[in-house]
Ligand binder design. Structure first.
Ligand code: AMP
Length: 281
């Protein structure tokens, strides 16, 4: 596996592979790999000749009071794990090269970025869309893989790719969970033992909603109230949002008809966790 830091080096390498007729899959990450990341890499490997994993803690997607400086990092471990999944290249650019002095070009996906996580993290998806666009332009992969855990992110990126006619296939990967159901996340490392127990309330709340719908409940407010009660029964939890709505438009709905997205963001102590599921009638 090759580690590349410079944008020009990455460009050259990817161009060479393309000229050799090899297909490329890109897996954008912020590092501190867990089984969710590794599963994305393996899926990428099964679909393309070469896998490029980008490892970049993107300052532009963190708000002023968020966890940019303490975001977990372990390059040596990440590098070994990526190599073991058959990754061809780890691309680790410097923030100063990605956002040079005078940088002023941003991509905003309107509508889709406003609700859910966008409501409490106003510039987050501007940062996400811009870095993903830059990575797609630098690497020019045939496909890029994103986890459904960040459901809104996936919707924002799909829309950007469609609206800007970017020639790349966006592939969604299902949520990878711990054995007890907690969605894997680099941020789970922040949780102490007591918080780890409370963190399970998100997954349990989603299962509770699935059961209610399976039993015939179609009322959005009823489902949301049940979830709210469940999460609030755990120590140290603070709900940021509970969203129930259309998985395509991300518009809220009051009645569950066909397929509905149920997405949560919950503070457990000082850690903000997200999770989601698709409810089907
Ligand atoms: P991150 O490093 O957290 O920015 O995540 C990089 C990629 O991995 C994104 O496409 C995430 O959606 C995806 N990802 C993170 N956690 C999970 C998970 N538990 N299951 C599936 N995909 C995940």
């Amino acid at each position: 596996m090759k580690t590349i830091n410079s944008i020009s080096g990455m460009r050259k390498k990817a161009l060479k592979w393309r000229q050799e007729g090899l297909s490329i899959a890109l897996v954008p990450t912020m590092g501190f790999f867990h089984e969710g990341h590794l599963s994305l890499m393996r899926t990428a490997k099964s679909k393309a000749d070469l896998v490029v994993v980008s490892l970049f803690v993107n300052p532009a997607q963190f708000g002023p009071n968020e966890d940019l400086s303490r975001y977990p990092r372990d390059f040596e471990r990440d590098s070994k794990l990526a190599e073991r999944q058959g990754v061809g290249c780890l691309f680790c650019p410097d923030a100063g090269d990605i956002y040079p002095p005078g940088f002023q070009t941003w991509i905003r996906v309107e509508g889709l970025s406003h609700g859910l996580c966008g409501a409490s993290r106003p510039e987050h998806f501007r940062g996400v869309a811009t870095i993903v666009a830059k990575l797609l332009i630098i690497v020019q992969p045939d496909m890029a893989i994103f986890g459904q855990k960040d459901f809104q992110q996936l919707r924002v990126i799909r829309r950007m790719v469609r609206d800007l006619n970017m020639p790349v296939n966006i592939i969604a990967h299902p949520i990878v969970r711990e054995p007890d159901g907690l969605a894997m996340s680099s941020r789970n490392i922040y949780l102490d033992a007591k918080e780890r127990e409370s963190a399970l309330s998100l997954f349990q709340a989603l299962r509770l909603a699935e059961k209610m719908v399976a039993k015939g409940c179609r009322s959005g407010p009823e489902v949301i109230q049940a979830i709210r009660n469940h999460i609030q029964s755990f120590d140290n939890t603070k709900i940021d949002y509970i969203f129930l709505g259309d998985p395509e438009s991300l518009e809220e709905c009051r009645e569950i008809v066909g397929e509905a997205l149920l997405a949560l963001a919950v503070w457990v102590g000082k850690t903000r966790l997200i999770d989601n599921t698709l409810l089907t009638q």
